[in-house]
Each structure stands twice: as structure tokens, then as C-alpha cells.
Design a binder for this molecule. Sequence first.
Ligand code: B12
Length: 200
Amino acid sequence: MNYDDDAAKKWAEDAVKKNVDPLKAIQEGTVKGITELGEKYANKEIFLPELMVGANACIIATDILKAQIKAKKKEVKPLGKIVIGTVEGDIHFIGKNLVSVMLEASGFEVYDIGEDQPVESFIKKAKEVNADIVGASALITATRAEQEKIKKAMAKNGLEAKFIVGGAVVDGAWTERIGADGYANNLVEAVALAKRLTTT
Ligand code: B12
């Protein structure tokens, strides 16, 4: 909230030293911070440059905590293969990266194709790895339509993988409208959804 990269880094390192549960630190710390900053941006109390600097501090701290989640990962037989990315035209990656890490730490084999990815990249990777699930993140109303394009392209290419969506502009009504298999708006729900879809 103070746009201070060094303080954010130190805060995350302290949390690691003090053995704070990294998921709790992310959910009650970095995610809470960036959400509050997002509200200030929406209310025009701050502007894009401030949001960018604040997001950077959030990314620095979150990366340190994410590494802890990965380090604690149990070695188990993969629960399934998931291809995940942020849709074309959309550079938001904080939520998508967190979902990737949580899924990986929960025993999924995750292929994160990055942000601003065209429909074809999702399809190509899903075919290549024979994915069980394809996940698409979208945070802008205008880019949300890309999720529907991915769903249609999956059908056209005969992909049988389940399709899940997420991001600030995604809700149950949208998920149903585009025929996706589910959505999640927090990390715990994202893992529960993926588990549900790979065990049924
Ligand atoms: C941080 C941020 C940025 C950062 C992004 C940093 C980065 N590289 O990721 C910066 C400053 C760069 C940025 C830029 C822009 N932003 Co911005 N940004 C945000 C903000 C404040 C927070 C997003 C975030 O990281 N949240 C924290 C994470 C943890 O939450 P999350 O992404 O929602 O993810 C969770 C769930 O949604 C879910 N999830 C996410 N993905 C997936 C995928 C799957 C498969 C599943 C199952 C679940 C899942 O799980 C996650 C974990 O809990 C939001 C406000 C908001 N309310 O979301 C605006 C917001 C998304 N941004 C917005 C806008 C408009 C922009 C810009 C267009 C601004 C501009 N004028 O240039 C640009 C985008 C440029 C582009 N082409 O992409 C708007 C979108 C409005 C709209 N409805 O269309 C928002 C809503 C702000 C607002 N209220 O106006 N932004």
C-alpha cells in the first residue's frame, strides 16, 4: 500500500522466517493489499502509475511466498494435467500465477503458457500435453470474450479437456453462458474445482 518494493520483500522474507503459512500470507496479505489498491484505483483515489508500482511490490512479495508453497509440495502421482494462461489482450497475471502454483502444489501437472496468449496457444499446448483441464484467466470485460473463443476452439479441435475460467470479470452467469465447466474466484475454490473435475 506504500509502493515500497523493499518493504514488501522484507515483509515476505520475515513471514517465511517466522514460518507463517504462505497461503495465509498471500490471501490475507498480498491479495488483500492489491485488492484494496484496486478499489482506490476504481474510486479514482489513485491512478494507473501508482497501481503499477503497487502491483510490482505485490508481485515481489508474492513470488517469495509462492516459492515456499512450491518447496512444501508433496511428491505424489499427478492428479491431472492443466494448461493455464491469461487470454489475449490481457496482461494481468498475479491471480493466474497464484492459481498455477496452488494447483501444482496440490498435485497437478501445470503448464502455464503466460499472459496475453492467443486462443491458438491454449489449443496447441492442450493438444501437445493431452491436457485434462484448460484454464483461462481474464480480468477485463473486453478480454472476457476470448474465453468463449477458447471454449469454441476446443470443441472445433475435438479436445475433450474440461474448461475452467477465472478472473475479476468472471461469474457464474458468464461461465454458464459460454458453456465452461466451472469458475473460481479464490485459490481454495480453484483447487477444489480442478479436483472435482478430474475425479468425476
Ligand atoms: C493489479 C492490477 C493491474 C496491474 C497488473 C499487474 C500484472 N501484471 O498482473 C496493472 C497495473 C499492470 C494493471 C493494468 C491494467 N488494468 Co488492472 N487491475 C489490477 C487489479 C487492481 C488487481 C488484479 C489482481 O492481481 N488481483 C489479485 C489476484 C490474486 O486476483 P485475481 O486476478 O482476480 O485472481 C483470483 C481469481 O480471480 C481467480 N482466478 C484468476 N484467474 C483464474 C484462472 C482460472 C482458470 C481459475 C479457475 C481462477 C482464476 O483466482 C485468483 C486467486 O484468488 C484489478 C482490480 C480487481 N478488482 O481485480 C485491476 C483491473 C482488473 N484492471 C483494470 C484495467 C482497466 C486495467 C488496464 C486496462 C488499465 C489501463 N487503462 O491501461 C490495464 C490492462 C492492460 C492490459 N491490456 O491488460 C480493470 C478492469 C475493468 C474491467 N471490468 O474491464 C480492473 C478491474 C480495475 C478497475 N476497477 O477498473 N492492472
